[in-house]
Structures are given as C-alpha cells and as structure tokens.
Design a protein around this ligand. Structure first.
Ligand code: 9D3
Length: 230
C-alpha cells in the first residue's frame, strides 16, 4: 500500500513512523508513506496557507489554493487514483470496520488540516471522504491521520509478526480483551487465577470468553448491542 499524507507539519510524523510496527512495515515494503508539505504549494511570497474567514468570526481558515496545488501534485506521484480522505471533526467516526475497509486499498491520500477548518471549496472540490477519529478536539488533523495509518497498516498482510494476528484483536470479535497475566505467579499478594495454570485448554478458553463478555458488559455495553457498527 502507498499512503500519501498532506500536512503543514511533516515533522510530527517522524517518530511514530520510525518505531515498531510502522517502521518494520516500511522496511519490509509492506507500506510506503510519503509526506508532502502543503506550505510548499503556497503561492505568495510569505508562503501563506491560512486566512481570515469571509463574514468574520474567530480563527483562520485553510486556503483552497495551497491544498489543491498540493493534492494535484501528490496525485501525480503514483499511477493509482487513491482513496482521498480529509481529516475533519465533521467526518464519519473512524472505527475498526473502517480500518479494515481502508486496508483493502492500494493507495490512500490523507489530508490533515490546521486552524479552524478548511475553506468549504476544499471539501466540495476534492469530493473527499471525511473522517473524524472521535468526539474530542485536537489541535489539527495530524494525530488523526497517524491513528488511521497505525490502525490500517497493522492490518496489512505481514505487518504483524506471525505470533500476533489482527483476528485476535479486541473489536475484531466485538468484545474487549480477557484479563492477561505473565510472570511472576504472585505479585504483591495478587495471584494468577488457578485456571490459567491448570493446563486445561478447554477450561481456559471458556474462562476467557466469559471474562471478555463480563468486561464488555461492565465497561462497554454499547459493543454488545446490534447496529453498533456505524
Ligand atoms: C470551534 C469549532 N471547532 C470544531 C470542533 C474548530 C476546530 C477545532 C479543532 C476545527 C478543527 C480542529 C482540529 N481538528 C482536526 O483537524 C481533526 C479532528 C479532531 O479535532 N477531533 C477528532 N478527529 C479529528 S480529524 C481532524
């Protein structure tokens, strides 16, 4: 998969992309991630990318000219059209189903914004899919873009070691994870449940299913209701 990210802060992506699963996926050519700075497509001598909203009001708005210029440049960098995603608080809420869907694409083009929002003609003219990562206010779309990249790339074949499977993930089975323990057997008076030491794999599986279900009922009852896939 190729992922293009259009952003005013390409530096923000450096550490997340140079660690762990994302690093390995890049090294193994499972994913190619290309960052392009929207500011390089500003057309005035100050490299201006934001301006005051027509009609007045607080804050600044992302200008359409640099965003369109950047997008048109990036699109030509590879033959695939790509699936275009604008990160915005007004978008559809991102979830595991959307991550799975995006992981099937050959190419994603993500646009991360700053300021109070995008000039409406960016939305209209680019005809992009809009995605939000949740109901809280971020300072910009960059962290949202990274969330999407992380969730999508780990689903690509070969991105996880074979000891780990995305099929085992919480949310893939619709339940929270069961409680896990490792050494030591007793830590500060807390003992590992006997069933996990019993060697009875049938009983262990049964215990884990029941624990996962109880946890989900207690902490995330919304996951148990039908029609929660959005
Ligand atoms: C006062 C209205 N604000 C909208 C809630 C303005 C505003 C705040 C923060 C507009 C943009 C932003 C920056 N956020 C994003 O670009 C963003 C985001 C988010 O803030 N939350 C969840 N998902 C996303 S995706 C992009």
């Amino acid at each position: 998969m190729r992922i293009d990210i259009l952003t005013l802060f390409p530096e923000m992506f450096e550490s997340p992309l140079s660690c762990s699963i994302l690093k390995r996926a890049k090294e193994a050519s499972i994913v190619e991630i290309v960052l392009t700075n929207i500011r390089d497509f500003a057309t005035d001598s100050y490299q201006k990318v934001d301006d005051k909203p027509y009609g007045g009001g607080p804050g600044m708005v992302m200008m359409p000219v640099p965003v369109f210029g950047c997008f048109e440049h990036v699109q030509k960098l590879a033959p695939e059209k790509g699936r275009l995603i604008l990160l915005t608080p007004q978008g559809q809420k991102f979830n595991q189903g959307k991550a799975a869907e995006l992981s099937k694409e050959k190419r994603l083009i993500l646009i991360a914004g700053r300021y109070e929002g995008f000039d409406e003609r960016i939305r209209i003219g680019l005809d992009a899919e809009q995605i939000s990562v949740g109901d809280y206010v971020l300072s910009g779309g960059e962290l949202a873009a990274m969330i999407i990249v992380d969730a999508v790339v780990r689903l690509l074949a070969g991105a996880l070691g074979d000891e780990d499977s995305p099929k085992d993930d919480s949310f893939s089975n619709g339940l929270l994870e069961y409680p896990q323990y490792t050494r030591p057997e007793v830590f500060r008076d807390m003992k590992v449940p006997d069933v996990l030491l019993s060697g009875d794999h049938g009983k262990i599986a049964q215990w884990r299913r029941q624990q996962a279900l109880e946890r989900t009922k207690k902490h995330r009852p919304d996951l148990l209701r039908r029609n929660n896939k959005e």
